[in-house]
Write a protein that binds this ligand. Structure first.
Ligand code: 9WO
Length: 222
């Protein structure tokens, strides 16, 4: 899978793409992630990527031309995504859908906003990672990258992907415990020490349902 990232802050992506699961998947050739500086596609001598808003008001707006030029320089026909709080909310279903695409391009805005013609004219579909405003689309792009790429076959080991199936089924994960058996007076449930795998599975299923009802009733349709 290929993912191009368009940003004026390519440095933000360096360590997250180098470390951990993402870094390994790139190293192993499962993912081809390329980060591009939108500023390289500015044509004026100050390499300006922002300008004053028509209609007035505070702050600056990202110009459409450098973003269009950066997209057009990519080649291929990527699914274009603009990270924006106005977009469709990223959830596990959308992550799964995007993981099935051969080529994505993620556009990260900065300043007060991005010229509307980027969404309208490229066109780029807007995707949100939650109802809050940030200073740019870079961290949302990394969230999307991680949610999507761990669903690409081979990126996550079989063990871990199976473990997360409860979320795919619309449930939260069951509680987890490790050593010691007792920590500051809090005990690990006996069933987990029993070695009875059928009972353990049943306990985990119930605990996941119970935890979901308590913390996220919206996920159970209640
Ligand atoms: C900000 C905004 C606010 C209300 C309605 C629509 C909006 N679009 C944007 C926008 O595209 N902003 C750009 C990127 C420029 C300012 C900083 N940016 C940004 C993206 N802030 N927050 C996000 C974001 C993206 C995805 N999910 C959550 C927040």
């Amino acid at each position: 899978m290929r993912i191009d990232v368009l940003t004026i802050f390519p440095g933000i992506f360096e360590s997250p793409l180098r470390e951990s699961l993402l870094g390994k998947a790139i190293e192993r050739g499962l993912l081809d992630v390329r980060v591009h500086d939108i500023r390289d596609h500015a044509t004026d001598r100050h390499r300006q990527v922002d300008d004053e808003p028509f209609g007035g008001g505070p702050g600056m707006v990202m110009k459409p031309a450098p973003i269009f030029a950066a997209v057009e320089a990519l080649g291929g026909s990527p699914r274009l995504i603009l990270l924006s709080p106005a977009g469709r909310r990223l959830d596990q279903a959308l992550a799964r859908e995007l993981a099935g695409e051969p080529h994505l391009a993620l556009i990260c805005g900065r300043y007060e906003g991005v010229d509307e013609r980027v969404a309208e004219g490229l066109p780029a579909e807007e995707v949100s990672v939650g109802d809050y405003v940030l200073s740019g689309g870079e961290l949302p792009a990394l969230v999307l990258l991680e949610a999507v790429t761990r669903l690409v076959p081979g990126v996550v080991g079989r063990e871990e992907s199976l473990e997360r199936e409860s979320f795919e089924a619309g449930l939260l994960d069951h509680p987890h415990y490790t050593r010691p058996r007792e920590f500051r007076g809090m005990k690990v449930p006996d069933v987990l020490l029993s070695g009875d795998h059928a009972r353990i599975e049943e306990w985990r299923r119930r605990a996941a349902v119970e935890k979901t009802r308590r913390h996220r009733p919206d996920l159970t349709g209640e």
